[in-house]
Each structure stands twice: as C-alpha cells, then as structure tokens.
Design a protein around this ligand. Structure first.
Ligand code: AHN
Ligand code: ZN
Length: 329
C-alpha cells in the first residue's frame, strides 16, 4: 500500500512538474504589437485613354434619356461591356413615374465580380442623361449629351472593371449603373431625382445584399475638377470620405481631391444607398464650395466631349481602384 501511495504521489509530482512547464511554455513573451500605421496606397494600373474611349462611346449614342432608342442602345452596350469584363450581369428593368407623371422604362445595370464573397465594395454612377438643358441660354428643352454628367462616372467604372478582370483581386466588387437619376426639369422636386437608385435601394438584386461601403462617381471627368468633401457623404460616411481622400493624397491627386467640406450639393444617388440600403456611401462629385455651384457646363449643351480631360479621369480612376484593391485579402 505504502509503495503504491508513494508511486501515486510521485506520479502526481511528475504531472505537476509537466503541468508547470506546460504553463511556462504558454508564457512566452508576447511580441509587442506595433501601433498600426495606415497602409500607403499603391498606384494601380488604370488606362486614362481607355476610360476616355468609354466616355466617347456613350456620347456617340447621343442623349441617353429614358424611353428613347439611344437610351436602349446605350444600356445594351453597357451590360455587354460589364459582361465582357467577366462580371456577372443583372439587368434590373422596371417602370417608374417621373416628375411629370411620364412612365419611364428604366434599367439599373448591375455587374458583380466574385459574387460569392462577403467582403465587397460597391461602386456606382448614373448612366442616364438629362432630358433638357435647363441651365443653358438656348435650346433649353433639348436633351444634353452628358459627357461629364452621366458618361464620365460610367466610363471610369468600365475601365476599373477592365482592370479588375486583369488584376483578379480577392475582393467582391459590384458596379451598378443607375438609371433615371436626372429625369427632371426645373419644376421637379428633390424626390424626383435618383429614381433608379431609389428603386434599387428598395428592391436590391439579392436578398440581404450588403457591401463594406459604396462610392458614387458623378461628374468626374472635367478639366481641373475639384472634389470637395460632399455634405451627405460627410453626414453618413465621413470615415470613408477621409479614407478615400487620403488615398488620393498618397497618389498625389490632392490637387483634385480638395479637403474643403461643402455645405450642400442637393441630392444624389448615394443618399438613398445610405438611408434606405444602409450601405455607408460617399459621392465623388465636382462642386465648387466657393461659388456653391457645379461646373459652368452643368445641364447645358456644353456638357460634351470638349470638357472631358484624361488627367481628371486618371486621378479619379486610380484613387477609386486603389481603394478597392486595399480591401482585397
Ligand atoms: C441636384 O442638384 C438636385 N442634384 C445634383 C445631382 C446631379 C444632377 N448629378 C448630376 N446631375
Ligand atoms: Zn445632372
């Protein structure tokens, strides 16, 4: 008995010693965590000539006003391009009622890259153009070409789609071209804008769709454009405004991405993506906080290819694509 007891206590002692050592193993000095420095953005490949051509292509269809043949043809072209770049495309077609009670046949064009991933970024722009030139002195009732107001954001996003197909980053990306953002005249109210994005926010293409954040590109192609920190973006998603503007600074594009906040820019598609779809979203939009106005060509017949500048397309394209690539793991 005594020997057995002795053996038991020895075994217990050995177990205790092993246990103590095991514990000591655990107490390896924990490496001191470095305070995380924000990653510096890397300049991505973005071809401004290609982006320019995508703008030109859209303008070549003429005005892209809902319920016109130019609109239908341009819409088919855009779906086809996203498809060609390997995106899974959904054409979300519906009817909405415009400010003047016209029934508009509209189409939100949705392209998904790596739809299976939960880690996603949403990029969007409106592809329709204004049915009038209400800011012009002449031909006020004729539709504008919308090289900047419409085609520029879409052109930059098509080039981003093309580059994503080449770079194959491990992050989900959705590109949505919203319809009927601008089907309004001077008698319209704020709710009459952004009919396509309002529809999508209430009827998302996938149940439970979400993204980490969204970026809207609106009027991003004019020479010497200035993108001030837009009011609604700052209200709903200021962290992403600072993030994107910091990336622009890393890429030496802070001559375009100005740090000034604006008081107001009216409404734009990202407002509904924030308030209804609940995806924090920002707007890169040319707006002058000094004069409190858009560019002089805004909603006039001067909004044609002449106002488009490749350097501006490059600044926006590189900044937005770098932001997307930083989300990849
Ligand atoms: C308003 O002025 C109400 N919204 C500006 C958004 C806009 C119009 N973007 C392009 N055209
Ligand atoms: Zn407009």
């Amino acid at each position: 008995m005594g020997q057995v007891g002795n053996l038991r206590s020895r075994i217990l002692l050995i177990i205790a010693i092993v246990f103590l050592f095991a514990c000591r193993e655990d107490k390896k000095p924990v490496p001191v965590k470095k305070t995380e420095e924000p990653k510096k953005a890397v300049r991505p490949n973005f071809n401004a000539d290609s982006a320019y051509n995508f703008v030109q292509k859209q303008v070549d269809f003429g005005p892209r006003v809902p319920n016109t043949v130019g609109h239908v043809a341009a819409g088919n072209y855009l779906s086809g391009q996203l498809n060609r770049f390997g995106f899974e495309v959904i054409d979300q077609q519906t009817q909405v009622i415009a400010f003047d009670q016209t029934k508009l046949n509209i189409k939100n064009i949705i392209g998904a890259y790596k739809p299976e991933l939960n880690n996603r970024v949403l990029l969007f722009a409106h592809w329709d153009t204004r049915p009038n030139a209400d800011q012009d002195e002449e031909r006020k009732s004729e539709p504008i070409l919308g090289a900047n107001d419409g085609a520029s954001g879409v052109g930059v996003l098509l080039e981003i789609a093309r580059q994503i197909q080449k770079a194959k980053p491990n992050v989900g990306v959705d590109i949505i071209f919203f319809d009927a953002e601008d089907y309004v005249d001077e008698s319209g109210t704020i709710e009459d804008y952004c009919l396509g994005s309002q529809y999508w926010a209430n009827n998302m293409h996938k149940i439970g769709y979400s993204a980490n954040f969204g970026i809207l590109l609106d009027m991003v192609g004019a020479k010497d454009a200035m993108f001030a920190k837009e009011y609604h973006s700052m209200t709903h998603a200021s962290a992403y405004v600072h993030h994107v503007w910091n990336i622009a600074k890393d890429l030496n594009h802070d001559n375009y991405f100005n740090s000034r906040p604006t008081r107001h820019v009216g409404i734009d598609d990202h407002v509904y993506i924030n308030t209804i779809a609940k995806i924090p979203s920002i707007d890169i939009i040319q707006y002058d906080p000094e004069t409190r106005s858009f560019a002089p060509h805004w909603h006039t017949h001067q909004d044609k290819m002449d106002v488009i500048d490749k350097q501006t397309l490059r600044a926006v394209g590189e900044t937005v694509l770098a932001t997307v690539l930083m989300e990849a793991n």
